[in-house]
Design a binder for this molecule. Structure first.
Ligand code: PEP
Ligand code: MN
Length: 269
């Protein structure tokens, strides 16, 4: 075995994320927190369907200038309201130490690190330094480029800063050729990551892999067939009118239907 292929010892603790035991861990919510009404209406529907963890982007990394870049701190009280009214845990993407500070100030329960940030060692180290010694679950999306070592390195930086409740999100990899997928899944990479770091929870993001509503269901099932631990799915009360990622979001009703059809086997035995 070469050094690169060796099993890694990360000092991990269970994520302890809520799920209903019938379904995998599901994190759902809009790509972006657009307005208080959109956040609350989506959150209420998701909570009614039994969702335990809400997501929404507060700071949005857009490819080009001029797009909706998120509401920033303005949207954080809406997230707090979701938590207080529905009891769901709340989660968002953080890319800078300032994001972390603000997210924690408003009671964020789970943080995730986006694909553009996990590809950047300086940004990752700055986040790790800010999160030093905190007991908060952090989910690390794969880097935009298919670089397993970079993904592992991001996890190591957080773990060396004392973060033990770590998980990863597989959101596919950027490529110049756009065929079916927005980001090609290259399932072998998260599977190899699971081999390299046993016990690391893996969550699939079918929304950013597929980039299309009609691919959400088959991608969710594929993740379950591969023994993934959970799903993070973009869900919006009015997907066609979404301010970002409109093509890939599904209503809470459709998400509930998709989840109800999943066949989930026990991979532990
Ligand atoms: C997101 O989850 O809204 C997001 C921006 O994802 P990614 O970092 O995977 O592109
Ligand atoms: Mn999105």
């Amino acid at each position: 075995e070469t050094k690169e292929q060796m099993i890694m010892e990360l000092d991990l603790e269970p994520l302890r994320l809520p799920s209903d035991n019938v379904r995998p861990v599901v994190i759902a919510g809009p790509c972006s927190a657009e307005t208080e009404e959109q956040v609350m209406s989506t959150a209420r529907s998701l909570a009614d369907k039994g969702c335990h963890i809400f997501r929404a982007g507060i700071w949005k990394p857009r490819t080009k200038p001029g797009g909706f870049e998120g509401n920033g701190e303005t949207a954080l009280p809406w997230m707090k309201e979701v938590k207080e009214e529905t009891g769901m845990l709340i989660s968002t993407e953080v890319a800078t130490p300032e994001h972390v500070e603000l997210a924690l100030k408003y009671g964020m329960d789970i943080l995730w690190i986006g694909a553009r940030t996990s590809a950047n060692p300086f940004a990752m180290q700055a986040l790790a330094d800010t999160l030093q010694g905190m007991d908060i679950p952090v989910l690390v999306k794969n880097p935009v480029n298919p670089d397993l070592e970079l993904w592992i390195g991001a996890l190591q930086r957080l773990n060396q800063a004392g973060l033990k409740r770590l998980g990863v999100i597989h959101r596919g990899f950027s490529s110049y050729e756009k065929k079916i997928y927005r980001n090609v899944p290259m399932w072998q990479i998260p599977i190899e990551l699971r081999r390299r770091i046993p016990g690391l929870p893996i969550i699939c993001d079918p929304s950013h892999i597929g980039g299309r509503r009609d691919l959400i269901a088959p991608l969710c099932q594929q993740a379950m067939d591969l023994g993934f631990d959970g799903l993070i799915v973009e869900s919006h009360c009015n997907p066609e009118k979404a301010w970002s990622d409109a093509k890939q979001q599904v209503t809470p009703d459709i998400l509930d239907y998709i989840l109800s059809l999943l066949v989930v086997r026990d991979h532990t035995s």
